[in-house]
Each structure stands twice: as structure tokens, then as C-alpha cells.
Design a protein around this ligand. Structure first.
Ligand code: NDP
Length: 607
């Protein structure tokens, strides 16, 4: 029998203070309660009558500039961390003719948009914020708040001279390959028709807010907005809190994901009355934020950030390392079991044994999280409703020291929908189980589109060789080499997780891919190539690998409560090839590194 670690001590399986079979049954029952036939179709698009939910509330004035029809060597679409990392690496590689194109009013990507009160990153700042050594920046706290992240994005842009020639408030409307000129033509909402030899796209995975398709949503007459477009005019305060205009308001918030966990404490503090409408509770572990000792960071040897990122990634992938450098809630499950077990001599575990140990560690962690809800929340029924019944990585794990506590305020009510979701919205209320909760303002903390088509999420299609639209090339599933390059779409790079790597520390994958794209661009230039794209065979091989590896995660995701991690409870049924590389990020990064090390661009046709 396996061992279970608890509080850093390795226990025998029999001593485990829970019944794994009973927990597995409970998880399955909770999942079954939530499965809906309409799956991902339950959500509404921010378009048509809901279009203004997507407006940018942060720009001071619309830009005025003449349309651009010039040519650059590389255009980067997206000014978040992916675009910034690509821009940085390209500058380092000597690319002078570079244009950053961004729909928002500045760099920052998700951190430009998400300025809701309490917004912060729950991955340790020293591994999350890219290019710390290069820019010389040392974050103040272990878990950096949104304004610091936004400012760091701007710092990277300044450091690598990316503001020069940048186009903000510029949404791409079409990207077409001009065969005769061997250039991309980028058409935008500003009337541009720019040309570029290479294009790097980093459009972001969670860029388009979505709304719940709750009956009556269109009839609501009160104030309403999505968390990624926070209306401080209405609430007062700022991203740091202090919402001082809602003391006489009844606020409703739908959703209890990672965003809600961060903003609910501030709403609770400011609102006259707050209703939190819950379908599935988040797992909310201890945050325990701490200041960072800048002298200690300065004393670390060069290369410390890559080393720390790799160590974090290794432990999160179930690997073994001598030390756990980050040592927080993310590495906890692994640290307490796999890490300790292996360190204590259980190296060479079979995959089955490892999976069993991981599940036990997961149960132990979730038991502690459930116990925490009970210990913190005074009302027993509310505490019970806040307990999550699923495996730790079925949903984004959350860490907060004020979320559960907020439910102890007399002005805050958790309205638990028993996994069914909100029943109806009327012109002045949210209805659950026949009870109408009257509100003045409704906040949608309902997340972002995942799994919808590229053109729906980003508002444009890409036309490759012969004018073929990407939507057509991918009609039966994504096709690529390494998730990065697509046959028929030369000199174009897609940064992201689809057929690429996935790690909870999202910028880590972007770092690897940005370096890879820069390498390919450099090589194509060095070979005086005009167009580079994957061969048919290389692309087919990669697609086959993705499908094969997707099976690794199938059982785990299938047993999970529905959410965007598992295509709302239907993992991969839509298309196994539209997933990320199932062998894990370490393997994926190694594949890219080996490919570069081979030096001869295997599987790439350079004409
Ligand atoms: P999520 O998609 O995680 O959450 C959406 C919420 O809306 C869920 O609680 C969902 O319930 C609920 N919901 C949807 N439809 C209904 C309905 N009809 N009735 C009631 N509730 C409904 O979005 P978030 O914005 O919270 O988070 C998105 C992602 O952003 C995270 O997963 C994370 O990757 C990232 N993030 C990261 C942070 C960080 O610290 N780095 C902080 C915040 C966000 P259900 O769960 O039942 O579907």
C-alpha cells in the first residue's frame, strides 16, 4: 500500500484520515450533478446586444493616426507577456524593424484588462514576472498585485524599446499572405494595411469575456459589467480596493472562480449588501503573502530566475528535485507526497504507483482545504456549501486569506445553487430556487471563452497560401508543428498552449516559445529563405503525437467537475488534437530545445 504525507510527515495508507473510495464517489456525484448537455454552448458571446460588455473602459481617448501601409520585418500581434517576450528576444537577436500591434490602449495583455479590485497573481512573482534579471526589477511581495504586473509589462516594453512603432487600440481584422510579395498583409480597424515578412501571434488564451446564457439575462435593467471591464465610476475605489460608492447598493456577483475569490472581499467590504451566486465552489487555500527581501534576490547568482522557474515547473509536473525553491501551495501536493516519498528512497516508482500517490496527496490537500472552510466560516451551512469536492487541478486552485472570511459579514450572503447555476434573471433580480434576490448591480465573474473558434475569439481569420482561411485549415482540428507553425501559413508563429506546452506558470511556456520563434526567424534569415512552413509529414507527425499524448490526461479530466479545463465536462470529445501537449511542459520544452540543437530545422520547408 502507498504512503500518504500529511503536514510533511509520511503516513501509511491505512493511517490516512479519509476514505479514498468514499471521496472518489462523492467527487463523481458532484460532477454528475453539474454536467449539462449544452456544455460549452451554455455561454453567450459578447456581441450584438451584449457587445458593450467588451468595451475598453480604461482608454482616455481614442487614438488618431493615419493608416499604415508600410513594411516591417516582424510584426507581433498581442502586447501581453507572450508578445513582450517575443519582442524582447527579437530585439536581442538584432531585429530593428519590429511592430507591436495591440487592441488595448497599452501593453499588459490580461493585466491590462483585469483591473478588478484585488487582482493579483497567485503564482509566485519571482517565477511569474518575466525577464526580472534582464530588467533588474525586484517585486515587492511574493504574490504581485495587478498594478505592479501592469507596470512591469510597461517596463519590459521600455527596456527593449518596444513602444517605438507600437500600434495600440489597433485590432487586426484580417491577416493575409501575399504570395507574390511573400509578405503578410495585416488589415486593422484603423484602416491599416501593413506588411510584414514574419508575424508572431500571441493573442492570449483567455482574451474574450463570456456571459452565462441564463434565461432573462437580456431583461436586466440595473447596472451590469464583466469583471475584466470593471466600472470604477460606479463602485468607486481602485484595483487596490476601497470601493466607496456602493455603501447603499445591493450587488450581485455571478461566479466563484479565481477572479471572484479575489474581488469578493473588496465587494464585501464596500457593498451595502452582497449576494454571491455560486454554482461550484473554488478550492481556497492559504495565501500567506510575504515581502520579498530585495537584498537576498540581489545576492542570487546570475541565471537564478530561469533556475527557479525550472524548479517550480519540475515539481508541478510531478518530477523530483533536491529542493523546492518556491515552496508554496502550488507545490504542496507534490512536495508532501511525491517529493518526500522520492527523497526518502522511493525513486523508480511505476507510473501507476505514482498516480496512486498523487491521488492520495490530492485527497489530503483537498481535505485540508475543506477543513479550512469549516474552521473559517461561522455559519455551518455556508461553510458546507463552500467546500469543493473535486481533485485539486480540476479547476484553478485559489489562495486567499480574506475570501472565506468575507462570508462572516452580516451583509454578505452566499447563494448556493446546488451545482445548477442561476435559474433566471429578471429586470431587477437574480432568481435561485424560486427566490428573487433584488439587486442594483450585477457583476459577471463568469470567465472567458475557451474552446470556441479562433475567428470568434479574436475577431478575424487568417488567409494563408492560396487564400485558404485558417478556419478552413483547422475545420477538422488544429494542425501545426509544435503548436507554433502551420503548413500553408508561412513565416507565421502562434504562441500559446494549443498543441503547445501548458504549465500553471503560463509565461514559462511563452518564454520557451518566444525563444523558439526567434531562433526560427533568425535561421530563415541566415539561410536567405523567403518562406518557412512545416512539411506535411512533420505536421501530421505532431498532430498524431498530440492525439496520442492527450490520452495521458483523459481519465483525470473526465472525472473532473465541469469547467473550462475539461471542455465543460466533455474532455476531448470535441477534438483530441485541439489540446496541449499531454506529455507535460518539461517534455515539450525539451522537444523544442532538441529541435533547435539539431541545427537543421527538421520538418521545416524553407523556400
Ligand atoms: P472562471 O471561468 O474560472 O469562472 C467562472 C465562474 O462563473 C465559475 O465559478 C462558474 O461556475 C460561474 N458560472 C458560469 N455560469 C454560471 C451560471 N449560469 N450560474 C452560476 N455561476 C456560473 O473565470 P475566472 O475569471 O474566475 O478565472 C478565469 C481564469 O483566469 C482562471 O482560471 C485563471 O487561469 C485566471 N486567473 C488567474 C488569477 C491569478 O492569480 N493568476 C486570478 C484570476 C483569474 P462553474 O465553476 O460551476 O462553472
Amino acid at each position: 500500500m502507498g504512503d500518504v504525507a500529511s503536514g510533511g510527515k509520511v503516513l501509511t495508507r491505512e493511517e490516512a484520515p479519509f476514505d479514498p473510495d468514499a471521496l472518489r464517489d462523492r467527487y463523481r456525484a458532484e460532477r454528475d450533478k453539474r454536467i449539462r448537455a449544452d456544455g460549452n454552448e451554455q455561454y453567450l458571446q459578447i456581441a450584438g446586444r451584449f457587445a458593450d460588455f467588451g468595451d475598453d473602459p480604461y482608454i482616455e481617448a481614442p487614438i488618431q493616426r493615419a493608416p499604415l501601409t508600410d513594411e516591417v520585418e516582424v510584426a507581433v500581434i498581442g502586447g501581453g507577456f507572450g508578445g513582450l517576450l517575443a519582442g524582447a528576444r527579437l530585439r536581442e537577436a538584432g531585429v530593428k524593424s519590429l511592430r507591436m500591434i495591440e487592441a488595448a490602449g497599452d501593453f499588459g495583455g490580461t493585466w491590462y484588462w483585469n483591473r478588478y479590485p484585488g487582482a493579483a497573481c497567485d503564482i509566485e512573482s519571482l517565477v511569474y514576472l518575466p525577464l526580472l534579471e534582464e530588467t533588474g526589477f525586484i517585486p515587492a511581495m511574493r504574490y504581485t498585485k495587478a498594478p505592479e504586473i501592469f507596470e512591469h509589462s510597461r517596463r519590459i516594453a521600455r527596456h527593449f524599446n518596444l513602444y517605438e512603432d507600437a500600434c495600440f487600440q489597433t485590432s487586426v481584422k484580417d491577416l493575409s499572405w501575399d504570395e507574390a510579395a511573400q509578405r503578410w498583409i495585416i488589415t486593422t480597424n484603423q484602416g491599416d494595411a501593413m506588411r510584414a515578412r514574419f508575424v508572431v501571434m500571441s493573442n492570449g488564451p483567455l482574451n474574450k469575456p463570456k456571459l452565462p446564457g441564463i434565461p432573462g439575462i437580456e431583461t436586466f435593467k440595473g447596472h451590469a459589467f464583466h469583471t475584466s471591464r470593471w466600472d470604477y465610476e460606479y463602485t468607486g475605489g481602485s484595483v487596490l480596493g476601497g470601493l466607496d460608492r456602493i455603501g447603499d447598493k445591493r450587488i450581485g456577483i455571478i461566479g466563484t472562480g479565481a477572479t471572484a475569490v479575489q474581488c469578493v472581499p473588496h465587494l464585501a467590504e464596500g457593498a451595502g449588501q452582497l449576494y454571491v451566486f455560486q454554482r461550484t465552489p473554488s478550492a481556497v487555500n492559504v495565501r500567506n503573502d510575504q515581502p520579498i527581501d530585495a537584498d537576498w534576490v540581489r545576492s542570487l547568482p546570475p541565471g537564478w530566475q530561469n533556475h527557479r522557474m525550472d524548479n517550480f515547473n519540475l515539481l508541478l509536473s510531478g518530477g523530483y528535485a533536491e529542493e523546492d525553491l518556491v515552496n508554496d501551495g502550488w507545490t504542496e501536493a507534490f512536495r508532501e507526497l511525491v517529493f518526500i516519498a522520492r527523497k526518502e528512497g522511493a525513486a523508480g516508482l511505476s507510473p501507476e504507483k505514482l498516480a496512486e500517490l498523487m491521488e492520495l496527496a490530492d485527497f489530503a490537500t483537498m481535505e485540508r482545504i475543506r477543513a479550512r472552510a469549516e474552521a473559517v466560516v461561522n455559519d455551518p451551512a455556508t461553510a458546507e456549501a463552500l467546500k469543493p469536492w473535486y481533485r485539486q487541478f480540476c479547476k484553478r486552485p485559489c489562495f486567499h486569506d480574506e475570501y472565506l472570511q468575507a462570508f462572516n459579514r452580516p451583509t454578505v450572503k452566499l447563494v448556493d445553487t446546488q451545482g445548477k447555476g442561476v435559474e433566471r434573471i429578471t429586470e431587477n433580480a437574480v432568481v435561485v430556487d424560486g427566490v428573487a434576490y433584488e439587486i442594483d448591480c450585477l457583476i459577471f465573474s463568469t470567465g472567458f471563452e475557451v474552446g470556441t473558434s479562433f475567428s470568434r475569439r479574436y475577431g478575424y481569420d487568417i488567409h494563408g497560401r492560396g487564400g485558404q482561411p485558417l478556419s478552413q485549415a483547422w475545420a477538422n482540428g488544429v494542425r501545426s508543428l509544435h503548436g507554433l507553425m502551420v503548413r500553408g501559413f508561412p513565416n507565421l508563429f502562434f504562441l500559446g498552449s494549443t498543441q503547445g506546452g501548458f504549465t500553471a506558470n503560463y509565461p514559462h511556456n511563452l518564454r520557451e516559445q518566444a525563444a523558439h520563434a526567434t531562433y526560427v526567424i533568425d535561421q530563415v534569415k541566415a539561410r536567405q529563405g523567403r518562406a518557412a512552413e512545416p512539411s506535411e509529414a512533420a505536421e501530421a507527425d505532431w498532430v498524431a503525437t498530440i492525439i496520442e499524448k492527450a490520452r495521458n490526461n483523459q481519465a483525470y479530466l473526465e472525472a473532473c467537475t465541469p469547467g473550462y479545463y475539461n471542455n465543460e465536462g466533455k474532455p476531448y470529445l470535441a477534438n483530441a488534437q485541439n489540446t496541449n501537449y499531454g506529455g507535460g511542459p518539461i517534455e515539450y520544452f525539451r522537444i523544442l530545445a532538441d529541435w533547435r540543437a539539431s541545427g537543421d530545422l527538421p520538418g521545416l520547408e524553407v523556400s
